[in-house]
Design a protein around this ligand. Structure first.
Ligand SMILES: CCCCCCCC/C=C\CCCCCCCC(=O)N[C@@H](CO)[C@H](O)/C=C/CCCCCCCCCCCCC
Ligand SMILES: [Ca+2]
Ligand SMILES: [Zn+2]
Length: 268
């Protein structure tokens, strides 16, 4: 009996969620092929970001790399989820996002905005860990609500960013923030539209919005992590004199943003 149940959660379409894209259009083994393929964008961006953030990570804390290493798993689980639409795929996809968010919070949440009863980052990290463990356990109670809860955490992140940017006068950082938020707005519009407007998209014969969300959110997170890392470098390692540049075209500020450290050594 239990082993039957075990097999169930792995089986194709055992998840309650089914995205707008037509199922089994190109293969009987892949439920949603465009959604599966577009999940691989995380594999392309993650190694580039690990490389671009390395000088900052080395100076600040190598744990920074956890974010983009875990994003590789987000991509992997996302591809598995859209390939099978299985319950296990859904949970792996959602829980991996939850844990990346948790790591991002512990690393980068601005000290200034810690709740009053918290004195240092270590205590703050335990608080985030506690909340994340509770969220992980609760995610099994009503799995259909998980994705919305995650977007709620995403909104809180945006709120924190807005509070941070209000006292920022650095033109380059402000520009980066505007582009990140714009990308996020585009991404979330695709996600919501795929969820609630599917009948319209089916009439238009265009059911690929969730796949576009994958691509847009991956780029938004690349911009967002660079911005947050840049602000964090100002507060936590000011002697490194952080600057922002774009690769491949710095003059026009086009491409992937990254941090350059103009003065690296602590002593001196
Ligand atoms: C202020 C920026 C700080 C940077 C830290 C960012 C940490 C982001 C962590 C994870 C985001 C990855 C989201 C990828 C999802 C791809 C998989 C997917 O499509 N899953 C869906 C099912 O297929 C699932 O329904 C998705 C649920 C929604 C997840 C919402 C995540 C919120 C992300 C917030 C990103 C902020 C970007 C900030 C730019 C200003
Ligand atoms: Ca579908
Ligand atoms: Zn997805």
């Amino acid at each position: 009996f239990t082993s039957e149940k075990m097999a169930d959660v792995f089986s194709y379409e055992s998840s309650d969620i089914d995205w707008c894209e037509d199922n089994y259009k190109h293969s009987e083994h892949v439920v949603e092929s465009f959604n599966t393929m577009s999940s691989f964008v995380f594999f392309i961006i993650a190694p580039v970001m690990l490389y671009l953030l390395h000088p900052y990570a080395k100076e600040r804390n190598l744990a920074v790399h956890l974010v983009w290493i875990m994003m590789i798993f987000v991509g992997l689980f996302s591809a598995y989820f859209h390939m099978t639409l299985s319950f296990v795929g859904q949970m792996l996809d959602e829980l991996s996002i939850l844990w990346v968010l948790a790591v991002a919070y512990t690393l980068w949440f601005p000290r200034r905005l810690f709740p009053p009863f918290i004195e240092d980052r270590a205590t703050f990290s335990s608080l985030v860990l506690g909340v994340t463990v509770i969220a992980t356990v609760s995610s099994f109670i009503k799995p259909t609500a998980n994705a919305y809860a995650l977007n709620g955490f995403g909104l809180h992140l945006l709120y924190v960013l807005a509070v941070e940017m209000r006292r920022c006068t650095d033109e380059k950082a402000l520009r980066l923030a505007k582009i990140s938020v714009l990308l996020w707005v585009l991404a979330i519009s695709c996600w919501i539209s795929d969820r609630v407007g599917c009948s319209i998209w089916q009439k238009l014969n265009f059911c690929y919005l969730h796949g576009f969300w994958h691509i847009l959110i991956a780029v938004a997170v690349a911009y967002g992590t660079t911005l947050v890392a840049y602000l964090d470098a100002h507060y936590e390692i000011p002697y490194s004199r952080p600057g922002l540049q774009y690769w491949p075209c710095n003059e026009w500020a086009v491409g992937l943003p990254h941090i350059v450290l103009k003065g690296t050594t602590k002593t001196r």
